[in-house]
Design a protein around this ligand. Structure first.
Ligand SMILES: Nc1ncnc2c1ncn2[C@@H]1O[C@H](COP(=O)(O)OP(=O)(O)OP(=O)(O)O)[C@@H](O)[C@H]1O
Ligand SMILES: [Mg+2]
Length: 452
């Protein structure tokens, strides 16, 4: 289950196949994001003059609530080894945000890029760092001869033999719980960050890292287990082996050529959206603020100037009231790919309950198994849940697959409370059981509104 397929060069088919593991249906949306992602890879392989001409085909995902828009983006994030950021467009219309700093999107994307590249760099030096840590821990276990003492050749040979024996034990894990004293370096910048980062971001000067370098590192002796010592020393060695400037540079390159920004709730900044507060002007203002970033501009960050021309934007919105055509024309033009996600039906619900690797039936089975209850969901039980969800969605408010969450919770509420219980070893969730659990609620409109 821990299979990590994340690769930069996944083909569209592979991307869709990966998304299929978690998201039911919505083939068109999956295809669109897969193609857009692959195009980044294709573009990177073009010769320079034409490469710069190829602009990302930004996407708008349109669909009712709870059908998988955000879920697709979430899964995409873990799938592509690209700097990824999810923002809610509506947050920029909130009081205090008005007119504020849409550029923070790019800064946050850069931070995501840094974290990604850093993690990769640490992974690359892991073996070397571990070898280095091993030497330091061996030093601690068998301190070198004190200075000034004369050591005979024989002494030295014996010491070497002992050290190699210890190494074998260390590698076998036999010393893990033994205690040693090691020096642990700690950066003495704790008090410096109070200056705050906000102000420095715009200046483009990475003051923090400058200060980190200026302030001498303190180190302190600590008594820890060998296992902890290996971890501390590995981390320290890895840190020393990677080059901050190189990482920042690589992160900037990756953000510029492969960054993905998911702009959720974009319909809420369209003119004509009636759900929220705030005048249309502020919503249009946010669109105008977003425009340069989507069109391509240079944003100053703590780690240098980042160009956004080739960052891929995927926007999503329910567009119940407002339509994509209510967005300002310039912004519309920048999102040429429109994909509609379909409303989900009973069959989709059945599949959502059963198929995804993180499906609700799997989740509840695992949870209750932890308390010694073996839960079995029968075919007709699952179907009954799906049908009830459809009924309640149709009658009250259509919240899509989210209805399955409230319904499942209701169906398994009693068992969840009772477990662990020696009298409750097995639970068969069939249609009969589901009906008995939601009886009187699913049919009573007011009750159902409150509970389901
Ligand atoms: N097609 C689907 N396949 C599997 N699970 C789904 C699907 N659609 C929705 N879900 C489940 O429902 C939850 C809500 O879906 P999601 O967050 O993607 O909604 P959304 O389309 O972004 O809606 P909104 O417009 O309200 O933001 C998800 O966390 C997921 O568990
Ligand atoms: Mg959403």
């Amino acid at each position: 289950m821990d299979r990590n397929p994340a690769r930069e060069d996944l083909t569209p088919r592979e991307i869709v196949a990966e998304l299929d593991r978690y998201i039911v249906g919505q083939a068109a949306a999956k295809r669109a994001v897969a193609v857009a992602l692959r195009n980044r890879y294709r573009r990177a392989r073009l010769p320079a003059p034409i490469r710069d001409e190829v602009l990302p085909k930004n996407i708008i995902l349109i669909g009712p609530t709870g059908v998988g828009k955000t879920e697709i983006a979430r899964r995409l994030a873990s799938l592509v080894r690209a700097p990824f950021l999810k923002v809610e467009a509506s947050k920029f219309t909130e009081v205090g945000y008005v007119g504020r700093d849409v550029e923070s999107i790019v800064r946050d994307l850069m931070e995501a890029g840094l974290a990604l590249v850093r993690a990769e760099a640490l992974e690359r030096v892991r073996e070397r760092a571990r070898a280095e840590a091993e030497e330091r821990v061996l030093d601690a276990l068998l301190p070198p001869a004190a200075e000034g003492t004369t050591e005979t050749d024989e002494d030295r040979a014996r010491r070497t033999r002992t050290r190699e024996k210890l190494r074998a034990l260390l590698q076998a894990g036999s010393l893990d719980d033994r205690e040693v004293e090691v020096s642990v370096s700690e950066r003495a910048t704790g008090g410096v960050d109070v200056l705050g980062r906000q102000g420095f971001e715009q200046t483009g000067v990475d003051l923090q890292s400058f200060l980190d370098r200026m302030v001498p590192k303190k180190s302190r002796d600590r008594r820890v287990t060998v296992r902890e010592a290996m971890e501390l020393k590995s981390a320290e060695a890895a840190e020393a082996l990677i080059d901050r400037d190189e990482i920042a540079e690589e992160a900037r390159r990756r953000v510029e050529s492969a960054g993905v920004v998911f702009v959720d709730e974009i319909d809420k900044i369209a003119a004509g959206y009636t759900g929220g507060s705030g005048p249309d002007v502020s919503r249009e203002g946010v669109q105008r603020d977003l425009l340069p970033i989507v069109e391509g501009s240079a944003v100053t960050t703590r780690h240098g100037v980042v160009r956004t021309d080739h960052v891929l934007f995927i926007a999503a919105g329910a567009f119940h009231v407002a339509k994509p055509s209510d967005l300002i024309p310039e912004l519309q033009g920048r999102f040429p790919v429109r994909v509609e996600l379909s409303a989900l039906g009973t069959e989709d619900f059945v599949r959502i309950l059963k198929e995804p690797e993180n499906s609700l039936t799997r989740q509840y089975s695992a949870l209750l198994a932890a308390d010694g209850v073996e839960v079995e969901f029968t075919e007709d039980g699952v179907r009954e849940i799906a049908e009830t969800a459809m009924r309640v969605n149709r009658r009250d408010q259509n919240i899509g697959a989210r209805r399955l969450f409230t319904l499942m919770e209701r169906v398994l509420e009693e068992a969840s409370f009772r477990a662990p219980d020696p009298a409750l070893r097995r639970l068969r969730v069939d249609a009969e059981f589901v009906r008995s659990r939601v009886e009187g609620i699913a049919t009573d409109e007011d009750l159902s509104r409150a509970i389901l």
